[in-house]
Design a protein around this ligand. Structure first.
Ligand code: HEM
Length: 137
């Protein structure tokens, strides 16, 4: 049975996990496009050639919008919405890369740092450069 507690949990999921993340991701992506005219123009050209100006973008178009895919991934790298993800609890004692992690430790995964690691990305990790993001997929 769905009671008040379930409804509260669903609403929190919807508002914080679904609406807010999506809106913030769109805001960051648009702001990067505004700051990067080269990327904006290349993306506009793709959308115009794949979809045209007579209709809206539809889900079936996504497979062909490869540059859009790169732009979204680059946005997630440079401006991650949940930079520290959701905390985890370690289920067993374990050693990873020489680090001893006792059972029940709280683990925070820093995806912001992963997205800014110069060993993985280019030297210019602060630049919004979708072509580089593609390399990381
Ligand atoms: C651009 C949009 C979104 C972004 C950037 C985003 C980002 C994230 C991140 C970073 C996490 C944590 C993942 C982890 O710690 O492993 C997460 C978890 C989650 N997201 Fe999203 N999210 C988005 C859209 C949505 C939408 C639309 C929904 C629901 C309709 C949703 C539902 C959830 C739920 C339920 C979890 C928890 C999953 C779990 O417990 O394993 N998210 N999301």
């Amino acid at each position: 049975m769905i009671d008040q507690t379930n409804i509260k949990a669903i609403l929190i999921d919807l508002i914080s996990a679904a609406f807010d993340t999506s809106a913030t991701a769109v805001e960051w992506t648009i702001s990067e496009l505004v700051r990067n005219a080269r990327v904006m123009e290349k993306l506009q050209e793709e959308v115009q050639s794949v979809v045209g100006m007579e209709r809206m973008v539809e889900e079936k178009d996504l497979g062909e919008l490869t540059y859009l895919n790169m732009v979204v991934k680059e946005s997630f790298r440079l401006r991650p919405i949940g930079p520290l993800l959701v905390p985890r609890e370690c289920r067993e004692d374990i050693t990873i890369e020489g680090y001893w992690i006792p059972k029940k430790s709280r683990i925070i995964v820093n995806t912001w740092a992963i997205g800014h690691d110069q060993n993985v990305w280019s030297n210019n990790v602060e630049e919004f450069y979708p072509e580089d993001s593609w390399r990381g997929t």
